[in-house]
Design a protein around this ligand. Structure first.
Ligand code: FAD
Length: 562
């Protein structure tokens, strides 16, 4: 396309004159005019972690909109709910992992992955400091720094030993695939050790005593897998020592599976008693040595020594050092997990989001946000609102905070008036003036109604999906700043997206012997053999790729046949 003379800019004419008769300069300027605008720089998104939360975010993010970089020392995704099965070989380790690069390639994602560990987050410089997980570079230094526009922290959690002496040194953990493989080897080693001649019966009993500390879902599932493995396989291979095998679960609470419906806990306990799995409930582990565990009875305070051959610690989750350091920097020092608001953003930092086990939605933040909503509504700064305005504010709170929605819905204008200290007045009059501070004080027991979500794969995956969805719509929201919510404005009160809402889809507890228990939405509980089939189908369908799905199902089939 030739530009018309009318299109020649003053700059081009000046340039033409300066170059002394410039057909060349003219052509150059025309090209300059025609040269397409360089595309705007893509915003940099750095994602820390390739677990449930990180991969769910990455799978759903429209990576063409951002420059995406991923840091994790693990170049694969691990399907953690099947780790207990890996400990006993029911499922092979390779069947529960999917290489992270293959996941991105299959989804056509333009994502850069670095196998490294983040050891510091610097929110002021908007940068993360990382260390290569595969050794140093030629300069003898494996450290590098990445800057970001948005940071997504999905670092998961670590084990929590509650500083119990000896746990780190003598117990196994079940967090990673390598842990599961180590456990599998140690179980066999115990049987081989107990088979060596000249070992006393007492020693055999000790070596073949498998102790699981923690009666939550992971501990219970591991106990069930181990029981099946011992009864169905090892006892046949080692008949001479079969009578010495014992499994014990030590649980500090009164019941195992105490986050499940009580009917499931009762069912699991009676099944384990029938199977000969000993349940030591109401005991706290206070010390672990190389051959015994010291437990303290919570009611009587009496301490007892429990000799053991192998111990697995499955009693809670703790904070990774990099998260602790970051929380200290942003003034969240005393928490177990990084507090976020309902939009999964760390409120103290611009552009830092946290999802999965390393984070938790803060109730305090919710109450602070509610205060902001009141502030926005009080346009004339009078410290008062009419009853009608209060009602509007409550509706907005319900939209933003699903957790308080039900509670709020049950409140009527009359209740609101009753809540206000001092005067009830004529509650039917919408124009009645209400003091905001008094009202907030009356409302503060909403705090106890707001529940934090649990640290599970289900939550992590839903948070990753939600956050990716928000990121995909960010541009649209910039173009349409009014947002889908009614209450917009500048500053803290402004949100373009609905808050994260966790949808509980139920939970399973496999109990061994081809039996499982399930708690499904709507207070529906199912237990027994049929539930195990439901478990098989749900976990087969939840696999992240067809490769792992086929491998897992063929592992299960092999187990049935052989
Ligand atoms: P993770 O999945 O732990 O991922 C954290 C990621 O961060 C990893 O990729 C890790 O390599 C990476 N990382 C760690 N440190 C760094 C660092 N310094 N720098 C960069 N990257 C780092 N939940 C359920 O809902 N149902 C179940 O049946 C179930 N069963 C479970 C069974 C077992 C044995 C276990 C251990 C957990 C189970 N869970 C289950 C819980 C579930 O696995 C976790 O809630 C889930 O993994 C949390 O996801 P996440 O992404 O936050 O963390």
């Amino acid at each position: 396309r030739r530009p018309s003379s009318a299109g020649v800019s003053t700059a081009a004419l000046l340039l033409t004159a300066a170059s002394g008769g410039g057909i060349v300069a003219y052509a150059d300027s025309a090209r300059a005019e025609e040269a397409p605008e360089p595309p705007p720089r893509k915003k940099k998104v750095v994602v820390l972690g390739t677990g449930w939360a990180g991969t769910s975010f990455l799978k759903n993010l429209d990576s063409s909109r951002y420059e995406v970089k991923v840091i994790s020392p693990r170049n694969y995704f691990a399907f953690t709910p099947l780790l207990p099965s890996v400990t006993c070989g029911t499922v092979e380790a390779r069947s529960v992992v999917e290489p992270i690069r293959r996941m991105f390639e299959k989804k056509g994602k333009d994502v850069a992955y670095y196998e490294a560990e983040c050891f510091k987050i610097d929110p002021t410089k908007k940068a993360v400091h990382c260390r290569s997980a595969v050794g140093t570079n030629l300069d003898g230094n494996g450290d590098f720094m990445l800057d970001y526009d948005y940071l997504v922290v999905a670092l998961g959690a670590t084990v929590n030993t509650f500083n119990t002496p000896g746990v780190m040194e003598h117990c196994h953990f079940l967090k990673e695939v390598e842990d599961a493989q180590k456990i599998r080897k140690s179980v066999i080693d115990c049987f081989e050790r107990a088979s060596i001649p000249n070992i006393s019966e007492e020693e055999k009993r000790k070596i073949l005593h498998f102790v699981i500390i923690g009666g939550g879902p992971t501990g219970v599932e591991f106990a069930a897998e181990l029981h099946d493995f011992l009864v169905e396989d090892l006892v046949k291979l080692y008949p001479a020592i079969a009578q010495f095998v014992k499994i014990t679960i030590i649980q500090s609470g009164e019941h195992i599976l105490n986050t499940f419906d009580q009917r499931i806990a009762v069912f699991a306990e009676s099944k384990f008693q029938r199977d000969g799995i000993e349940l030591s409930t109401g005991f706290r582990v206070i010390k672990v040595s190389d051959d015994s565990i010291t437990v303290k009875c919570k009611s009587s305070g009496v301490e007892t020594l429990v000799p053991y051959g192998m111990a697995i610690w499955s009693a809670g989750i703790g904070t990774r050092p990099v998260i602790t350091d970051f929380m200290n920097q942003v003034g969240q020092g005393k928490r177990r997990a990084l507090a976020t608001n309902e939009w999964l953003r760390v409120p103290e930092c611009d552009s830092v989001y946290a999802i999965g086990d390393c984070s938790s939605i803060s109730q305090r933040k919710i109450m602070e946000d509610i205060s902001t909503i009141f502030k926005v509504a009080d346009k004339d700064n009078s410290g008062t609102l009419t009853l009608k305005e209060i009602n509007d504010v409550l509706e907005d709170i319900c939209i933003r905070y699903p957790q308080v929605e039900l509670y709020m819905k049950s409140m009527h204008m009359v209740d609101i008036a009753d809540l206000i200290k001092g005067g009830v007045g004529d509650s039917n009059k919408e124009s009645m003036v209400v003091n905001i501070e008094e009202f907030k004080k009356a409302l503060c027991h909403v705090d106890s109604q707001v529940k934090t979500v649990p640290a599970t794969a289900q939550v992590a995956a839903q948070q990753g999906y939600y956050l990716a969805d928000c990121f995909n719509k960010k541009d649209h929201c910039v173009e349409h700043p009014e947002g889908p919510l009614r209450l917009t404005g500048s500053g803290e009160g402004h949100h373009n997206f609905r808050p994260f809402r966790y949808k509980h889809l139920g939970q399973f507890a496999p109990l061994g012997g081809e039996q499982a228990a399930a708690e499904l939405p709507g207070d529906w509980v199912s237990m027994g053999h049929s539930t195990q089939w439901l478990w098989y189908s749900v976990y087969a369908s939840k696999q992240v790729s067809w490769r792992t799905r086929v491998l897992v199902v063929s592992d299960w089939t092999r187990r049935f046949i052989f």
